[in-house]
Design a protein around this ligand. Structure first.
Ligand code: RUB
Length: 323
């Protein structure tokens, strides 16, 4: 391993994130933080970096860059890398290694605690007997529903399958396993079922400074329909989903995925000259979202910028960049 070649464990994690074997913003963040700890262990044991603190640091930055490049939309990924690299300190390789491993463990612990805490807040918005509608698969959204069930509330769910990758099936199975009666529907049936629903609960990949919620494609249409039907909609999102770069006017990049997820590649030749596009996420304007539920309480979307400033200051550092 040279100082610029990430450890095999980092390459594996990067590959798994890129191919969506590891997916969902919170899961991606904890995998990335753990991969940095693995890089630190590997670099501390490797000839090229074991006795050279500067080379060790360079190898950590290179690993973070590789992880950063896997998927563009979930800000939890750069926020995780930022958290760990900003806590990398020490004059010796062993000291640096320890600081990275400690920061990685602390990050994952915080992530779990934050999810539990926001679950309680989200659960308080749900009442006994409620039916919720979900979109995609969000561990933060599930935490709210599961916490409501643990509070003794009887909750049922209408789960959108979420084309093209059908992450709704994961949600359906997990809710079923939590004892929630589930009805699975195709995405285009959502408006019809909104009349039978008390709440819509979704997750987020990023939250912009203006309160815009970036989540799986289809969230914005669902939110507009929910508003039209008078059904409250909340986003469950830990504060690592707050996108610091939007404080300085940047927009969030929406990932465009392969057309093979939309049409059968084997049939591509037959359909000929038809363009296929596959955006993975969309932006729900703040006026269509009732609340953003975080581990620090619930916020009207328009006020989230205050929390963002508190947590991230006026912008975002890039500790993985070459000095
Ligand atoms: O949009 C998705 C997943 O998209 P993909 O499947 O393309 O990664 C989820 O709603 C958010 O990531 C939040 O998930 P969590 O609450 O688990 O962080």
């Amino acid at each position: 391993m040279t100082e610029f070649e990430p450890a095999p464990a980092v390459r594996e994690t990067a590959e798994s994130i890129a191919t969506m074997e590891i997916r969902g913003a919170a899961t991606i963040a904890s995998a990335a933080a753990e991969a940095l700890a693995e890089q630190a262990e590997a670099a501390a044991a490797s000839g090229a970096t074991a006795s050279d603190p500067a080379a060790f640091r360079a190898s950590m930055r290179a690993a973070a860059r590789d992880l950063r490049e896997t998927r563009p939309t979930a800000v939890s990924l750069p926020n995780a890398l930022r958290y760990v690299l900003q806590r990398m300190e020490g004059d010796s390789v062993d000291g640096l290694r320890r600081s990275v491993v400690d920061a990685s463990e602390a990050f994952v612990e915080q992530l779990d605690r934050a999810q539990e805490d926001l679950g309680q807040v989200g659960a308080n918005r749900l009442a006994d007997g409620d039916t919720v509608m979900t979109h995609c698969h969000s561990t933060d959204a599930l935490a709210c529903i599961e916490a409501a069930v643990e509070q003794g509330k009887s909750i049922s769910a209408v789960v959108k399958e979420t084309r093209p990758r059908q992450q709704g099936h994961i949600t359906a199975e997990q809710l079923r396993d939590a004892g929630v009666p589930v009805t699975l529907i195709v995405d285009s049936a959502a408006r019809r079922y909104l009349d039978e629903v008390d709440h819509v609960v979704v997750g987020a990949d990023s939250i912009a400074a203006d309160g815009g919620v970036i989540n799986k494609i289809g969230t914005s249409g669902l939110a507009v329909n929910a508003r039209e039907r008078g059904v409250p909609i909340m986003t469950a999102a830990q504060t690592i989903k707050l996108h610091p770069e939007t404080l300085t006017g940047h927009t969030v990049e929406i990932e465009m995925r392969d057309e093979g997820e939309v049409i059968d590649p084997a049939a591509r030749g037959e359909i000929g000259d038809i363009a296929v596009e596959n955006p993975a996420f969309d932006v729900t304007p703040p006026r269509y979202m009732d609340a953003i539920v975080t581990e620090q309480g619930q916020f009207p979307p328009e006020s989230i910028v205050t929390l963002m400033r508190e947590l991230f200051g006026e912008g975002a550092a890039e500790p993985w960049a070459e000095p």
